[in-house]
Design a protein around this ligand. Structure first.
Ligand code: NAP
Length: 466
């Protein structure tokens, strides 16, 4: 082994450490920014080290491709609004899967000449990586199109799951033929078979994602993220690149855990998310009925201003209304008056993991005001008021009381245990799960109807006058 090999190996090791440390830091909002920088440095080290790999050629082409990619990423990263982050992640993630499939295609097409045949383990991993990467690429493009509003309808037809299975079987059969050809056990059909097999895998990703409702896309994106990681790890093995293997496994593991956490927090199985079409059409409303009692902003403001302890529970509606800055302004006013204010974050509030944390951080809410579901739930009983803003499913009592409810069993924020509850929403709209919320008819609950941002602005005026 030459000294250059040693330096490259050491660089890849440093990359792996930076990736893992970076990921660790991303587990808390307080250190997440640092984690992203570490991971970025790790990626830079790996990319630079790769240039020194013996036998590396087409250097100007590589630099050109990296410059174009970086330019596009910088441009789109700066322009994208926070609410469009899920689709941007879908797109970038899909690119990773596509890149893994492209690497596999190049390696497998190269293997067409007898001299360049791959050993059987390499051929299998290249093919499996190509399959997974292509599925992730195709699926992520559809997820992007749905979240971006480019595909508005849920496209499904009878027997769709069967058709999907057949397409998958064709892709797998193609993959087996490629492996047999690669290892010299059968004819190598060359480029057409490799590209055809990858094309069918891509089609499977597209078909599998089309019937899934737009609101379930975050779970699906997280799943494709995990698959992309796996595909990259497999192709890392094919190329003998340890940095790719480690980065891919880390992404694969993190994505798998995130997918499971999100599905569990919604009390759904992954299979239910993928194959039931839930969220595609509004679910039947639950049996809850009653009359919700409205409250004037001035009265709600007085209730908050003279409280000792207020817990704010934000949800998707806060994101839609972009009310986070106003919510923090209101909280600061209350804190200045001596009110103890805490923010309660449900794990699936909003439409992407950490959605509320991101919005509150953007508004400047310090992390020590923000509490997870398990930590805050025992505190509602000691709060004078809970202020629910644009949250519905995450505070829906039917998750506790109605076994027929699609969200039955999902843990919820115990806002109803506060002495008084003020719910800000525009009208009688249901949440993502499409079910009525019995909380709104409880005796201690009052509805402050209006757009989230305007309603909070009125509360601010009211507290100032109190
Ligand atoms: P939600 O159940 O979707 O309810 C949002 C509520 O906000 C609606 O009832 C709506 O009522 C109100 N709203 C909408 N726009 C508003 C505006 N401009 N101003 C004020 N209110 C507004 O929200 P959630 O409680 O956050 O629950 C999240 C749901 O999404 C859960 O079911 C979760 O499982 C699902 N989900 C989450 C993720 C994730 O990663 N976080 C991923 C996939 C699915 P009006 O129309 O009456 O205003």
């Amino acid at each position: 082994m030459t000294p250059v090999d040693d330096v490259i190996k050491a660089s890849y090791f440093a990359t792996a450490v930076l990736f893992i440390a970076g990921l660790r830091s991303m587990s808390s909002p307080a250190t997440a920014r640092r984690g992203i920088i570490w991971a970025g440095v790790g990626m830079t080290v790996a990319a630079l080290a790769t240039f020194f790999t013996p036998g590396m050629h087409h250097i100007p082409l590589m630099i050109g491709a990296i410059a174009v990619g970086m330019g596009l990423a910088q441009w789109s990263g700066r322009r994208v609004p926070m609410t469009a982050m899920p689709q941007m992640i879908a797109l970038f993630n899909g690119m990773g899967g596509g890149a893994a499939a492209a690497i596999a295609a190049v390696e497998l097409i190269k293997g067409g000449s007898a001299a360049a045949h791959h050993p059987v383990d390499v051929a299998i991993l290249a093919v499996v990586g190509a399959l997974i990467g292509a599925v992730s690429f195709g699926g992520s493009l559809i997820a992007f199109a749905k979240l971006q509003g480019l595909i508005k309808r849920v496209l499904s037809f009878p027997g769709q799951n069967l058709v999907d299975l057949v397409v998958l079987a064709v892709a797998v059969a193609g993959g087996v033929l490629v492996v047999l050809g690669e290892t010299g056990a059968a004819t190598h059909y060359g480029t057409p078979l490799v590209l055809g097999f990858i094309g069918v895998a891509l089609l499977f990703g597209v078909l599998m994602t089309l019937p899934i409702g737009g609101a379930d896309m975050p779970v699906v994106i997280s799943l494709y993220n995990a698959l992309t990681g796996l595909a990259v790890a497999f192709e890392g093995y094919v190329l003998g690149n340890p940095a790719m293997i480690i980065a891919g496994m880390v992404v694969g593991a993190a994505g798998t855990m995130l997918t499971q956490l999100m599905a569990r927090a919604m009390n759904r199985s992954l299979a239910n998310v993928l194959f039931s079409g839930f969220g595609a059409t509004p679910a039947a409303s639950g049996a809850a009925s009653g009359s919700a009692r409205p409250i004037e902003a001035g009265d709600a403001a007085i209730m908050l201003a003279y409280a000792d302890k207020v817990i704010v529970a934000p949800g998707y509606g806060m994101a839609v209304a972009q009310a986070q800055h106003k919510v923090w302004e209101l909280a600061q006013l209350l804190i200045d008056r001596g009110v103890q204010v805490k923010f309660a974050i449900h794990p699936v509030a909003g439409r992407m993991p950490g959605h509320m944390n991101v919005l509150l951080a953007e508004a400047g809410v310090p992390y020590d005001y923000i509490y997870d579901l398990d930590d805050i739930n025992p505190e509602f009983a000691t709060a004078d008021a809970a202020l629910v803003i644009g949250a519905n499913d995450t505070v829906n009592l039917s998750a506790r009381t109605d076994p027929g409810s699609p969200i039955y069993g999902m843990p919820i924020l115990d806002v109803g245990k506060a002495d008084n509850v003020v719910v800000i929403k525009r009208g009688a709209g249901v949440g993502f799960a499409g079910v009525e919320n019995p909380l709104f008819f409880e005796d201690n609950v009052r509805m402050l109807y209006g757009d989230g941002q305007e309603a909070v602005a009125e509360l601010i005026r009211g507290v100032k006058n109190a």
